[in-house]
Design a protein around this ligand. Structure first.
Ligand SMILES: NC(=O)c1ccc[n+]([C@@H]2O[C@H](COP(=O)([O-])OP(=O)(O)OC[C@H]3O[C@@H](n4cnc5c(N)ncnc54)[C@H](OP(=O)(O)O)[C@@H]3O)[C@@H](O)[C@H]2O)c1
Length: 331
């Protein structure tokens, strides 16, 4: 299951579909096929793995992160393909709560041994934003910050339109941000950040991740004119979305309407504070550089001057010379 989740997690998100990976094992436990869902309308992970395994699938075990679908969507039910392949056992991690669900029971009725198992919670974590948006009717929000050890997000006196002066963290951390962007449906920022930094906010991971999902929707919130900025130009041509200053819940409602289930918040302290105060940050990813800046802007300012975010599932990983802290916001 770890392998199946890793396959699904290493590609561009097949937005608006969930990320799914599958591995097929022969009776001796050797891998004979692997697959992942690369884009909406393309083959599902199970079908890709079955194609790789070919005739060897007969009598084999399929391990898949999400319950195989039983519905006739754009690509046909996976359950039928599994039955036709001669697979004798299916292990899946997460039940599908949508109209496509129920495939596990169908397979069992047809005589296949079906087990639900995710010992390391790898698939559950991977699918959390998708499950969350189905449950709550709003996207899961990951707040990304690049900060100094003392929590400053801007260097003193830096010309923030010059990336060399603006960047706080290492090239490795910035690459990780590109990978994150490739895996979300939208990136949310503010007029203030666009006017200060003139960012592009596109996903440019190197090497590129497999998959062909569209670039995330870039959303800029605020009243000020963005004339002379690259995102201002993209909004004018309809390639990005500009929203007037509004409560964060309204931003997320617009994204939900567009089918976004995971949004990355990349902004300064005030918009982050508005999201945090509204209880609309679900997870954070902070890249902390080995520098103390005592800079002009902290990562977060509360709109009414006070508050706190309690964190759980704290994971710290070294990346380049930085630390990456990933945590869930506790409610
Ligand atoms: N290191 C990092 O990770 C990182 C990431 C992004 C940005 N930054 C830095 O952050 C700096 C900007 O930070 P900041 O704190 O000044 O600005 P900010 O939080 O990025 O944006 C504040 C602006 O957001 C707009 N806005 C829309 N809805 C809002 C709401 N509900 N509540 C509050 N504001 C709302 C308003 O624009 P209007 O006034 O136009 O309505 C407001 O002035 C930039 O210099 C940039 O370099 C750093």
């Amino acid at each position: 299951m770890l392998q199946a989740a890793a396959l699904a997690g290493a590609v561009v998100r097949p937005w608006p579909n969930p990320p799914v990976g599958a591995v097929i094992l022969d009776p001796a436990g050797r891998e004979i096929g692997r697959g992942w869902h690369e884009r909406a309308g393309g083959p599902h992970a199970e079908v890709a793995a079955l194609a790789a395994a070919g005739n060897r699938a007969r009598g084999a075990t399929m391990v898949v992160t999400l319950e195989p679908c039983r519905h006739r969507g754009r690509t046909g039910p996976c359950t039928e393909r599994i039955l036709a392949s001669g697979i004798s056992r299916v292990v899946y991690a997460v039940a599908d709560p949508t109209a496509a669900g129920g495939g596990a029971a169908d397979l069992q009725r047809a005589g296949i041994s079906v087990v639900r198992d995710d010992p390391h919670q790898a698939a559950a974590v991977l699918l959390e934003p998708w499950l969350f948006h189905l449950r709550t009717k709003r996207p899961w929000v990951t707040w990304k910050v690049a900060a100094s050890l003392d929590g400053s997000i801007v260097r003193n006196g830096a010309d923030t339109r010059d990336p060399q002066q603006r960047w706080i963290t290492s090239p490795e951390s910035r690459q990780e941000v590109h990978r994150l962007r490739a895996q979300v449906g939208a990136i949310v920022t503010s007029t203030a950040t666009v006017l200060d930094d003139d960012p592009l906010l596109t996903a440019r991971p190197q090497p590129p991740l497999p998959g062909r999902a569209p670039d995330p929707l870039r959303v800029v919130v605020g009243e000020r004119s963005l004339a002379g900025t690259r995102l201002g130009a993209a909004i004018a041509t309809g390639e990005a979305l500009g929203l007037p200053r509004c409560p964060p819940a309204e931003v997320l409602a617009v994204l939900h309407e567009r089918g976004v289930h995971h949004a990355l918040l990349e902004c300064g302290s005030r918009l982050a504070g508005a999201f945090a105060a509204a209880g609309l940050i679900d997870e954070l990813i902070w890249f902390i550089a080995p520098v103390i800046l005592a800079g002009p802007i902290p990562a977060l300012s509360w709109p009414n001057g006070e508050g706190d975010l309690s964190l759980a599932h704290w994971r710290v990983t070294p990346i380049g010379v930085d630390l990456c802290v990933r945590a869930r916001v506790q409610r």
